[in-house]
Design a protein around this ligand. Structure first.
Ligand SMILES: C[S@@+](CC[C@H](N)C(=O)[O-])C[C@H]1O[C@@H](n2cnc3c(N)ncnc32)[C@H](O)[C@@H]1O
Length: 205
């Protein structure tokens, strides 16, 4: 039931329109955000967004929010093929311009190259994170930063590709959860997809 409601809300948010009509999340509706989550501010490249959706699926993150209208996923249109595996349908891609309003109990974490940001080496991931990332050609705007509780920089020599940065953060979280004894079950693509050791071409759409 909840799944069906969320699917409808996602369709409403993205304008992907199950019914054929583009709809919007009502400002009055209850927040739909589920942590851990990812927010991309005004991304420019569908390939990056597709990679991020794929990463979210790999790490069991149920929703990816993004703002702006530079990536338009119209009815019938889809993300690049290499980023579409059947399993990715378990991740809702939600276009919504006030994404942090969609979370009731969350810790927004700005991942950005900023003076005085905490290094990822020492960063302790909160239990209810919403990781916020900036666009490929800019930074997270002040209007969003002011709602963030934590500020983290990945300690490398240059600015990373957006999707690579998301990947780094999610792996760091997974590893730290593991080291803290909080990952109970070993999951691999073979066990999760029940592959029987074979990589199936049929896994792609
Ligand atoms: C390609 S970067 C944007 C370009 C960047 N603003 C610059 O310095 O030229 C896209 C986003 O990835 C994230 N990012 C990339 N490298 C990062 C790093 N080393 N530490 C933290 N965030 C990073 C940030 O969220 C950033 O807004």
């Amino acid at each position: 039931m909840l799944g069906a409601i969320l699917t409808d809300l996602t369709a409403m948010a993205t304008g992907l329109a199950v019914s054929g009509k583009p709809l919007l999340i009502s400002q009055k509706a209850a927040p739909i955000g589920i942590t851990p989550s990812i927010v991309c501010i005004n991304p420019n490249y569908a390939a990056n967004l597709g990679k991020i959706q794929r990463l979210a699926s790999c790490y069991g993150i149920p929703q990816v929010f993004y703002t702006g209208d530079r990536i338009r996923i119209k009815e019938g249109a889809r993300l690049p093929r290499e980023e579409r595996m059947k399993g990715f349908k378990d991740v809702q891609l939600i276009q919504y311009d006030r994404p942090l309003d969609q979370f009731k109990d969350a810790t927004p974490v700005a991942i950005e190259v900023r003076e005085n940001a905490e290094s990822l080496f020492e960063f302790e991931h909160p239990d209810n994170p919403v990781y916020v990332f900036g666009p490929e050609d800019g930074f997270i705007p002040q209007a969003i930063l002011q709602h963030c509780h934590r500020f983290v920089v990945v300690p490398v020599r240059h600015c990373m590709n957006l999707a690579t940065c998301v990947s780094t953060i999610l792996w760091d979280r997974e590893l730290k959860l593991h080291l803290a004894g909080k990952v109970m079950k070993k999951i691999t693509p073979i066990s999760w997809e029940n592959r029987g050791g074979q990589f199936a071409e049929a896994d792609f759409e």
